[in-house]
Write a protein that binds this ligand. Structure first.
Ligand SMILES: [Zn+2]
Length: 83
Protein backbone atom coordinates (compact mmCIF):
# COMPACT_ATOMS: atom_id res chain seq x y z
CA UNK A 1 0.00 0.00 0.00
CA UNK A 2 1.30 3.49 -0.76
CA UNK A 3 1.07 6.45 1.54
CA UNK A 4 -2.35 7.49 0.27
CA UNK A 5 -5.74 5.84 0.08
CA UNK A 6 -8.52 6.90 -2.23
CA UNK A 7 -11.74 7.69 -0.39
CA UNK A 8 -15.12 6.64 -1.79
CA UNK A 9 -15.59 10.29 -2.80
CA UNK A 10 -12.35 10.12 -4.87
CA UNK A 11 -10.39 12.31 -2.45
CA UNK A 12 -6.84 11.12 -1.71
CA UNK A 13 -6.20 10.74 2.02
CA UNK A 14 -2.68 10.61 3.45
CA UNK A 15 -1.85 7.46 5.47
CA UNK A 16 1.66 8.28 6.73
CA UNK A 17 2.11 8.96 10.42
CA UNK A 18 4.25 11.88 11.59
CA UNK A 19 3.34 14.19 8.74
CA UNK A 20 0.93 16.39 10.67
CA UNK A 21 -1.94 14.59 9.00
CA UNK A 22 -4.01 14.12 12.16
CA UNK A 23 -4.05 10.34 11.94
CA UNK A 24 -5.17 8.35 14.99
CA UNK A 25 -4.20 4.84 16.00
CA UNK A 26 -6.79 2.35 17.16
CA UNK A 27 -5.57 0.56 20.27
CA UNK A 28 -7.75 -2.08 21.88
CA UNK A 29 -8.13 -2.09 25.63
CA UNK A 30 -6.73 -5.60 26.10
CA UNK A 31 -3.70 -4.63 24.05
CA UNK A 32 -3.05 -1.70 26.40
CA UNK A 33 -3.52 -3.95 29.41
CA UNK A 34 -0.80 -6.39 28.36
CA UNK A 35 2.24 -6.29 30.61
CA UNK A 36 5.49 -5.24 28.98
CA UNK A 37 7.99 -5.06 31.83
CA UNK A 38 11.06 -4.61 29.67
CA UNK A 39 9.67 -2.29 27.05
CA UNK A 40 10.28 1.46 27.10
CA UNK A 41 7.46 3.88 26.32
CA UNK A 42 9.26 4.85 23.13
CA UNK A 43 9.47 1.24 21.95
CA UNK A 44 5.83 0.72 22.87
CA UNK A 45 4.77 3.69 20.73
CA UNK A 46 6.87 2.36 17.83
CA UNK A 47 5.14 -1.00 18.20
CA UNK A 48 1.70 0.64 18.16
CA UNK A 49 2.49 2.54 14.97
CA UNK A 50 3.55 -0.63 13.19
CA UNK A 51 0.93 -3.04 14.47
CA UNK A 52 -2.32 -1.14 15.07
CA UNK A 53 -4.96 0.05 12.61
CA UNK A 54 -5.06 3.72 11.67
CA UNK A 55 -8.06 5.98 11.74
CA UNK A 56 -8.11 8.62 9.03
CA UNK A 57 -10.66 11.27 8.20
CA UNK A 58 -11.38 12.33 4.66
CA UNK A 59 -11.00 16.10 4.40
CA UNK A 60 -13.64 16.26 1.69
CA UNK A 61 -16.62 14.12 2.75
CA UNK A 62 -15.63 13.54 6.43
CA UNK A 63 -15.86 9.78 6.09
CA UNK A 64 -13.78 7.87 8.62
CA UNK A 65 -11.39 5.38 7.11
CA UNK A 66 -10.00 2.47 9.14
CA UNK A 67 -6.82 1.17 7.60
CA UNK A 68 -5.48 -2.21 8.70
CA UNK A 69 -2.25 -2.70 6.78
CA UNK A 70 -1.45 -6.01 8.50
CA UNK A 71 -4.51 -7.57 6.90
CA UNK A 72 -4.55 -5.28 3.87
CA UNK A 73 -8.06 -4.18 4.78
CA UNK A 74 -9.79 -0.80 4.48
CA UNK A 75 -13.21 0.09 5.90
CA UNK A 76 -15.13 3.29 5.22
CA UNK A 77 -17.66 4.86 7.60
CA UNK A 78 -19.88 7.57 6.25
CA UNK A 79 -21.08 10.35 8.51
CA UNK A 80 -24.84 10.34 9.04
CA UNK A 81 -27.02 13.45 9.02
CA UNK A 82 -28.14 14.58 12.44
CA UNK A 83 -31.78 14.76 11.57
ZN1 LIG B 1 -14.19 11.32 1.16
Amino acid sequence: MGSWVRCKCEELVHTNMFCGTGISLIVEEDYLDEERPNKSAEDFISELVVTRSRLLECGNCKRLIVLDERNNEIKYYKLEDNA
